[in-house]
Design a protein. Sequence first.
Length: 82
Amino acid sequence: MAYTIHNPRVWEHMDKESFYNHNYYKNPQTGEIILEECDELFNCGTFYSVDENLTIIEYLGDCYMSDYKWNQEEDIKLEFYS
């Protein structure tokens, strides 16, 4: 089953924890944290659920980077490309 990030605009970018091509986002309403790894070569973002220590818990899916933006209200629908 594919994962969907609902209303990505409400997710907060975690600036201090993020670094080159590894971006962490936290949903302030649920506390959920997602890691987005950007692969510039394949123009693909890979998403993981992480815990409060930023340890990967679960692979959520992938999405072409041209198909989403974090400042939009439209959901980000992930697929399994691996």
